[in-house]
Design a protein around this ligand. Structure first.
Ligand code: C2O
Ligand code: CU
Ligand code: CU
Length: 505
């Protein structure tokens, strides 16, 4: 850790662990979250679910349910999960599959389940117009027609998304394709291809999830929870490990690094593999975003996956006492990692080329440009209205979306359903860690920054059901920082039928 890092760490409110190498030298004067006294526990690996092949389609079954989990060692916490107490299975599918999912809601309130990052018909997207009432089953069906990627699924009931995610409704969705099948990257799930779902929680004195809302920060937690537990460790069996990292936190951005600040390779962003590995020492990941990284390990060494204080504080003035503290100077340890057994040979170089098609840029000649201004809980001066169509897209071409964060001291991050985009530029931005490489579906926006996005949409025209675009900081989204777009045939008009996203139209 750098000298600068140490100095910053001294001001950190929320330190994750007392035991890891990052924090060992930081002393013990900072307040510690609960639950870090004991031995680290092995990283739980969510069960892998490849569905069942039924009549030529791949069929999955999910049930949302209430339960309890030992998030903190020795403490039982009430939670929600899919097919279990907390979080959900990792669904794995292949490009070209025809997928159907039966989702039964055994909670006592309505929810919806959205496939974040998937291009698919609007009724199957699982946004706020696809409610699943208690006791009901919803069965979206969609073809998988996009490159290999790490996506995720989570609830999307308007105004309640933060709480449903916070209680534990989140899981990974992996897409494979012929390119990823033939690539020399670690790919054995749970062995050298490791899911890392990062959230954060706060806890009440009796060990329950603290759902007290902060006016500015909503459900921002102080304790990192990785795959459902605090203080996790992973003992590698191989010298090279791929981590598929999902930021499933309600509100936090993380500045990912390894504890010795060594270089690692980003091999995929939100929407899939890069054209070639991209080496970094830090990588910013905002709420909803994913990164696949490859880490090379020496035998028996001890390092940690951490989040370090972000230089420049994401452009948020540090001397403004009025502004909420979005935690960019906080430091966390997510995962202690031990290298493989003595004598394990080092890995060969990474493939120089990953997915060559990822290098292709969309053709932007003559495309439509649209502007979106984010300001407190509004986009273009309005909060979300389930009955209003904000954008109608009646063609198959890409568009350029120009998204500005107008708040002087708030971060935002912008997500578009049924799409992938390239970040063409981010103006007025000094935050180097924001990745502008690769295909993405969510982009982090410092105060004052304007991002130009070249967006490609899935084309499944349906005038009746909208897709969402929104800030993925869930307190912002739930407070209305969301808009609706429909995709229609050329010349057709939107004809919204609110809450009708149950089946094909
Ligand atoms: Cu991850 Cu509209 O969501
Ligand atoms: Cu989404
Ligand atoms: Cu926001």
């Amino acid at each position: 850790m750098s000298r600068r890092g140490f100095l910053k760490a001294a001001t950190v409110m929320a330190l994750a662990a007392a035991t890891g190498p990052v924090l060992a030298a930081c002393g013990t004067s900072q307040p510690q979250p609960r639950g870090y006294d004991g031995e680290p526990r092995p990283l739980p690996i969510p069960p892998l679910d490849e569905g069942k092949l039924v009549d030529g389609h791949r069929h999955f079954t999910l049930t949302t349910q209430a339960g309890s989990a030992e998030i903190l060692p020795g403490t039982t916490t009430s939670t929600w999960g899919f097919n279990g107490d907390f979080l959900g299975p990792t669904l794995r599918m292949h490009r070209g599959d025809d997928v159907e999912v039966d989702i039964t809601n055994e909670l006592d309130e309505m929810t919806t389940i959205h496939w974040h990052g998937m291009k698919l018909p609007a009724w199957a997207d699982g946004g706020p117009h696809s409610p699943i009432e208690p006791g009901e089953t919803w069965s979206p069906r969609f073809g998988v027609d996009q490159p290999a990627a790490t996506l995720w699924y989570h609830p999307h009931p308007h105004g309640r998304t933060r709480l449903h995610c916070y209680r534990g409704l989140a899981g990974l969705l992996l897409i494979d394709d012929d390119v990823s099948d033939n690539l020399d990257l670690p790919h054995e799930y749970g062995v050298d291809d490791i899911p890392v779902v990062i959230m954060d929680h706060k806890f009440t004195d009796d060990g329950e999830l603290d759902e007290t809302l902060d006016d500015d920060l909503g459900l921002m937690g102080d304790t990192p929870v990785v795959n459902g537990i605090t203080n996790a460790r992973f003992d590698a069996e191989t010298s090279r490990v791929r981590f598929r990292i999902v930021n499933g936190a309600n509100m936090r951005f993380y500045n990912l690094a390894l504890s010795d600040e060594r270089a690692f390779s980003v091999v995929a962003t939100d929407s899939g593999l890069l054209s070639e590995p991209h080496e970094v020492t830090h990588a910013l990941i905002g709420p909803g975003e994913r990164l696949e990284i490859v880490v090379d390990l020496e035998p028996e060494e001890e390092i940690s996956l951490v989040s370090l204080p972000l230089e420049g504080n994401f452009g948020i003035p540090e001397d403004n006492d009025e502004a909420p503290d979005f935690g960019f100077q906080h430091e966390f340890e997510f995962l202690q990692i031990t290298g493989p057994a003595e004598g394990t040979p080092a890995s060969a170089a990474l493939p120089a080329e990953l997915d060559p098609a990822a290098a292709e840029q969309p053709n932007l000649d003559g495309v439509i440009e649209r502007e979106f201004a984010l300001n407190t809980f509004e986009i273009n001066g309005e909060t979300m209205d389930m009955e209003r169509v904000d954008v109608t897209i009646d063609h198959q071409d890409p568009e350029v979306w120009i998204v500005t964060n107008e708040n002087p001291d708030w971060p935002h991050n912008f997500h578009i359903h049924n799409s992938r985009f390239r970040v063409l530029s981010i103006d007025n931005n000094e935050v180097e860690e924001i990745g502008t490489y690769g295909w993405k579906d969510t982009v982090s926006l410092p105060p004052g920054a304007t991002a130009r996005l070249a967006v490609e949409f899935g084309y499944y025209p349906d005038p009746t059901v909208p897709y969402m675009y929104h800030c993925h900081m869930l307190w912002h989204e739930d407070n209305g920082m969301m808009g609706q777009f429909v995709i229609v045939e050329p010349g057709e008009e939107a004809a919204l039928e609110p809450m009708s996203g149950h089946g094909p139209h």
